[in-house]
Design a binder for this molecule. Structure first.
Ligand code: SDX
Length: 430
């Protein structure tokens, strides 16, 4: 604990207060304002939390200016190149890379939790076949708390770990079934002889009529996409999970809240929005028109897949995603005009002063939609895959919050600008 402080001075009363400054292991220090209201009668004010640290965490570090993303100290580029999703899940949950035995034990625990209660099967039939799969995910994941009462006591470390394993393990099954239901195909059950990514692809694209043969390039690309989406500090959906969990809500309900938040087009829904945007642009001759609209303050149109609250440099995930994009399209022998359009849009945007000055670079969502489309996923499934991968990050951050001895319910205050007190007026006097 440093003894650094920052002094706050009221220029009317002349009062001043010394606020403690806390240093992390790296990155910006924080001004500790926990006692500010008690000492000054003032709240801080930071809608959108652009300058607010909501918690202490050891899981993920982002340096937005340098374009750095690390999980437990390991750079995302190294994890994407050398690790696999199960190992990254273990790292996020436990803080260290697993030994070979630890990894085998973890993979076995996950593999043997991939099936869901058979009654859940009936839940899907309550939805219309054309329901958006994200609506199905919010509903079905929220319903898990009705089936797994033996892992909802958040104060029991064993139940917390079981709930964590169940959520990570069951999301591929639930997500694949959301897709199967939308296309009217029979649900495929998990297979214990396949890897996490292979199993998900098998449940999604396999059919009972013939054996499923995993494609190693597509499985590796799927696994890498899961790694790139696993966690990302205190983003909107993770903060949603933390706030929901701070009330003591069960983990299944918290993750359902995270899925709901991720769905927004400004957040995880952007990958779907990017593909819709590229299809709307249609041809590179129309790019200048859309870049112009994106710069027009009176036009709500934004270049989806560009910009980020934290990254004011290239999102390191976007670079890995672009590389995977070329690999997958090469493997499939596809020559997707949307990829050419995306590369041209990126080039034009990054030469435009508006995007350069505002440091609006491609983010993780810019290329992911093109890969997923090439792999056969409908656009409506893109954010479902993001939610599937981010579940481990939500769960790891939820666990960290629950296990933080200083944890208390999250209850922000406000700047009130509404009516001051006034007397009730009977309706015949209004
Ligand atoms: C994800 O937080 C995370 O970590 C999220 C995520 C994760 O892994 O969890 O990384 C995943 O959500 C990635 C972001 C995906 N969203 C999009 O691609 C949607 C398009 N991007 C924008 O909606 C926007 O850039 C945000 C939401 C991503 C960031 O919004 P901010 O930080 O609130 O920035 P802002 O809206 O205040 O924009 C700053 C300026 C504004 O202009 P001025 O008012 O200053 O003149 O940049 C402009 C904006 O108009 N701007 C854009 C733009 N993004 C910002 N202009 C055109 N096109 C864009 N995409």
């Amino acid at each position: 604990m440093s003894n650094k402080t920052m002094t706050l001075t009221d220029n009317v009363s002349g009062d001043s207060w010394d606020l403690p400054v806390l240093d992390g292991s790296t990155g910006p220090s924080v001004v500790d304002v926990r006692k500010l209201y008690a000492e000054t009668g003032h709240f801080t004010y930071d809608p959108g939390f652009t300058s607010t640290g909501s918690c202490e965490s050891k899981i993920t570090y982002i340096d937005g200016d340098a374009g750095i993303l690390m999980h437990r100290g390991y750079r995302i580029e190294e994890l994407a190149e050398n690790s696999d999703f199960m190992e990254v899940c273990y790292l996020l949950l436990h803080g260290e890379l697993p030994t070979a035995d630890e990894k085998t034990g973890f993979e076995t625990a996950i593999t043997y939790h991939t099936m869901v209660h058979e009654q859940l099967n009936y839940l899907y039939r309550g939805f219309r076949r054309d329901a958006h799969p994200m609506a199905v995910m919010v509903g079905v994941v929220g319903a898990l708390s009705a089936f797994y009462h033996d892992s909802t006591d958040i104060n029991d470390p064993h139940q917390r770990m079981v709930a964590s394993h169940r959520l990570i393990a069951k999301m591929p099954t639930i997500a694949a079934w959301a897709y199967k239901y939308s296309v009217g195909q029979p649900f495929m059950y998990p297979r214990n002889d396949l890897s996490y990514a292979e199993n998900f692809l098998q449940m999604t694209f396999g059919v009972p009529a013939e054996p499923y043969k995993p494609n190693p390039v597509l499985s590796k690309a799927m696994d890498r996409i899961f790694i790139l989406h696993a966690d990302h500090e205190q983003n909107a959906s993770t903060s949603t999970v933390r706030i929901a969990g701070s009330s003591g809500a069960n983990p299944f309900a918290c993750i359902a809240a995270g899925i709901a938040s991720l769905w927004g087009p400004a957040h995880g829904g952007a990958n779907e929005a990017v593909l819709n945007m590229l299809q709307q642009i249609g041809h590179k001759d129309r790019i200048p028109e859309f870049v112009r609209r994106a710069k027009d303050k009176d036009d709500p149109f934004r270049l989806m897949g560009f910009g980020h609250r934290v990254y004011k440099n290239y999102d390191p995930r976007a670079k890995v995603m672009q590389k995977s994009c070329h690999e997958v399209l090469g493997e499939l022998g596809l020559d997707d005009p949307l990829l050419e359009l995306a590369v041209e849009l990126e080039r034009i945007a990054l030469e435009d002063d508006y995007f350069v000055d505002k440091k609006l670079f491609p983010n993780v969502d810019f290329y992911s939609g093109i890969i997923l489309k090439a792999m056969g996923f409908p656009t409506s499934m893109f954010t479902v895959l993001f939610a599937l991968a981010r579940t481990v990050g939500w769960v790891a951050q939820w666990k960290e919050m629950i296990e933080d001895p200083s944890q208390r319910i999250s209850r922000p205050r406000q700047l009130y600008t509404g009516e001051t007190e006034r007397a009730y007026v009977p309706i015949d006097k209004r």
